[in-house]
Design a protein. Sequence first.
Lengths: 208, 427
Amino acid sequence: MSSFGFHLAFWLLAAMTVGGASMIIVSRNLIHAVIYLVISMLGVAGLYLTLSADFIAVVQVLIYVGAISVLMLFAIMLTPRAERNNTETSLKLPAAAVMVLILTATVFVALDTDWGAVRQAALADQARLIGQSLIREYVLPFEIGAVLLTAALVGAIALARHDDEDAAIHAQSLQAEADGTAEDVALLTDPPLVEVEADAGAGEDGGS
Amino acid sequence: MSGFDLAVVLGAWYDFRDLNNLSRLITEWIADWGPDWLSSIVTGLLGSLGILAVIGPTLLVLIWVERKVIARFQQRYGPNRVGPKGLLQPVADAIKLILKEQLAPRAADKLIFFLPPVLIFVPGLLIWGVLPFGPRMSVADLNVGVLFLLAVSGTGVLVLFMAGWSSNNKYALFGAMRAVAMSISYEVPMVLALLTLVVFSGTMSVNGIVEWQQQEDVIFILLFPLSAIAFFFAASAELNRTPADISEAESEIVAGYHTEYSGMRFGLFYAVELGNTLVISAFIATFFLGGWWLWGLDQWVPSWIILLAKTGAVYFLLIWTRGTLPRLRIDQLMSFCWKALVPATLIFVAVAAVERTLLVTQGWDTTIALPIMAVINIALTLGAVMLFARLARSERLRRPARTTLVRDRVGGLAAAREVASQAGGGD
């Protein structure tokens, strides 16, 4: 790859990454923010490609664009009132402080690193090398990750499992919905959630 | 290989056995005088334009083929008014769709609403890049081609979600949610089915897998029939085709995620769906049926014609399942994926790993070992299918346990009454 094409690709992808990342901060709508996040992640994948790390680039698209952003969309859709304007929360200052710390650390590391060290030929057959180091040097973290994911899977099943007690309560609810009073049905379909009400009140106070 | 060697010897642009010749001549000509980045750009453009030029007309014909074949399955005539045998029906449809008014709901999220019909083309076209039409005939022979296929096809669902969400329509949102749920679930058996091939052949390049099948004189559907079945079903679920098209089930949710898209915008979704079906058929043919190779026939017939013939056969199978099977419910699809396909393909990954390790470490003769393994795997597959058939008859699978709702988890009506009385007492 000649230096012209390389530079063009780098600046286009960098603009895409940084532009997408800034739009995440600017956009108020959470769904828009996730879509800008996808653009930013695609830019990062492209940057990996310009570094001849094609395995990492493809995995970046597979995991971050194809899976994690979709899960984020799912989480947003299933969260009540996720679209509320939360620019006035009291967590604004701590978040800003954390971001400043992370930015400072990143800039410091970037300035401190000897970037000349990476001027060498790209590794051939990276997938094989990564696989080998995963099951040799880094086998313990790899196994810990596997156990963690299995635990998460079991936890999800335990949450969604329907045991006899749940079944009894559900049958009761169905019965109440079928022949209960209008108040009972309203209680069931729109149950009073004390904590959420308090939260919404705080949001209104902050917004006014 | 002699047929291919002959093609290299001839090497003229009119030698249609190897479509590479033309692009190679052009790049060599450019390399004589131009900078090297120009030749790589021109090769990329040539490959993509060639693929586009083939897909466009093919899609028009496929619309007719699909409607005609399904009509035969359902004992009707299908389109037979416009042109000879109704061949011009897709053209008439396309003209009608282009002339139609393009409506957008007033409450739609305008930018996100306009993007999906365009964006949906991107993954659909990118996938063609790694498909090998011959020994060296793919636009980009990545050595992570299998992962590339999975990554790119996984991004398509994001576009469907954008379409469904931005329409601001409950049916569209339902369709989008179903599409996302199906895609997340069926990606797992799809990845596992391909993992068996990757583990056994030891390569992640699509062309490498075809070359492995050629070298060992075996096609993967014989070695790993269960992976082939799982991949076929998972692909038809990812493609939203009828046994699994719950994300656009017209009897339940109008048209799913493209309910609000009218005119040619709907036409684009429809075209991409057909194009994806075609490319996935080509990949099924490549992974499990040997791709451009067919026991020596590739020395006499151009490799890409062999691939197209196999693709057509798989495509016919997809139309067949679409025309004859009824639509499944979403809980049936989910339980089939997580309780049948995922465990079965996971077991076959382990089987493939064991067999591969035995082949490598014991140094067995592959001409004897591979047929034995094929017989064992076919027996295992038959056992798994029969086990599933027995399980499917059981009450547990026909009426699966429902998941716990939050309101049941927090104690149902009794708890709600208590909370309400507390809240009322507080006021």
